[in-house]
Design a protein around this ligand. Structure first.
Ligand code: G3P
Ligand code: MG
Length: 382
């Protein structure tokens, strides 16, 4: 059982500190709970110490993922204290990007699930690479793509099939933004279609923008209005799965796509928008979710006049995302975010390589695992 010093909060006082837990490499290795993870979450629940789950994982709707996590960890979790990589994309539907009445293409590990996620955020017109492949089989001459992804829906309008240099008919399919929600499986077809769209005339599939013939204008053809058109939900090169060495994540696909763009355009950098940890906006979003969750839990217990959080302990396994993000984040409400690196994931003393602990990636403390991290933090508020 997980035992720790029962601090002032044990007598019903409202704790003024909280936790943000990374998932892969801290709580789970894929579907397997890391020893101590379930005990720790139960302990925090019992002592009403608030926490959120803050993961660069994704690929399922929030409700489906928390049900999955509750089952795996044996702890009841809700979407109220859960932020996954693409959760902040919900804000884009009615934000200045004005995507509510636009058409978006989504990709990731399971095209069908990515469509469900986008629809749950409020995107009305969602297209997947499988829909395009079904409408235009010759767009990608190689086969097969994963069985899982052969579930096409009809396109909202036909893709353009005329002369590639002509300005397309207004009625042809126009994609206004593309989202990578989680780790794609079909890199080849995703790369082909994303490149087709980046090189197209304003997102009209099947066209080729003549702007691309002038290197000085390159990379602004479709993005000439400056709005980022390609969104990645995180930039993780590595993550901790069951294998004893870290595995490539969505950041590896992003690097591959940027390499294809650089080669095609003669050295231009691919313009894209990347969210997730370590991005500041993701931590600001997570802090707002955590404070709303804590406020609601305190309201339920009748506590009032409670001070804000003094500290949030960000417990992570990846210096490039969890540690760098916590160290680089300046709280909007004066809370100190304390980075705690554990040895159960991407980083290990033996494998210094990725996540070299320098500067922004240097954690406040390095501890064995999530249980040691919670003991250490609670001991500071005992
Ligand atoms: O795809 C999962 C990976 O990017 C890392 O997830 O939970 O360690 O932020 P997490
Ligand atoms: Mg992790």
């Amino acid at each position: 059982r997980f035992q720790s010093t029962a601090g002032p909060w044990a007598s019903g006082g409202a704790p003024d500190f909280a936790f943000a837990f990374d998932i892969d490499g801290v709580l789970l290795h894929e579907s397997k709970p890391i020893p101590g993870a379930s005990d720790v979450l139960r302990y925090l629940e019992h002592h009403k110490i608030p926490f959120i789950l803050l993961t660069n994982g994704g690929g399922k709707r929030e409700q489906d993922r928390v049900e999955d996590l509750s089952r795996k960890l044996g702890v009841p979790l809700t979407t109220d204290n859960f932020v996954q990589s693409h959760t902040p994309f919900r804000q884009l539907v009615d934000g200045p990007e004005g995507l509510r009445d636009k058409t978006v293409m989504v990709t990731g590990s399971d095209y069908g699930k990515c469509r469900e996620i986008a629809r749950s955020y409020g995107f009305p017109n969602v297209v997947t690479p499988s829909d395009i492949l079904s409408d235009q089989p010759s767009i990608f001459p190689f086969r097969p793509i994963s069985e899982l992804n052969l579930n096409p829906h009809p396109l909202p309008t036909p893709a353009y099939t005329g002369e590639s240099s002509l300005v397309p008919l207004a009625s042809s399919l126009k994609i206004d933004a593309m989202f990578v929600f989680d780790d794609p499986r079909d890199w080849a077809v995703d790369t082909q279609i994303i490149m087709d769209l980046l090189l197209s005339h304003s997102g009209h599939l099947g066209t080729y923008s003549t702007l691309n013939n002038d290197p000085s204008l390159l990379n602004c053809g479709w993005q000439q209005d400056g709005q980022p058109t390609l969104y990645f939900s995180n930039g993780d090169m590595l993550w901790a799965a069951n294998y004893h060495l870290p595995r490539f994540g969505q950041g590896a696909f992003q690097a591959s796509l940027a390499g294809v763009w650089r080669r095609y355009t003669g050295g231009h950098e691919l313009m894209r928008k990347v969210i997730g940890k370590p991005e500041t906006e993701t931590y600001a979003f997570a802090e707002r979710v955590l404070n709303a969750y804590r406020h609601e839990r305190l309201r339920e217990t009748g506590a009032h006049g409670v001070s804000g959080l003094r500290a949030v302990y960000m417990v992570g396994d990846n210096p490039d995302s969890d540690i760098a993000g916590a160290n680089g984040f300046r709280s909007e409400v004066g809370t100190e975010w304390v980075s705690v690196l554990v040895k159960t994931g991407v980083w290990s003393e033996k494998r210094q390589g990725m996540g070299m602990l320098k500067g922004v990636k240097e954690p406040k403390v390095i501890l064995a695992d999530v249980k040691a991290a919670v003991k250490w933090a609670c001991g500071k508020h005992g």
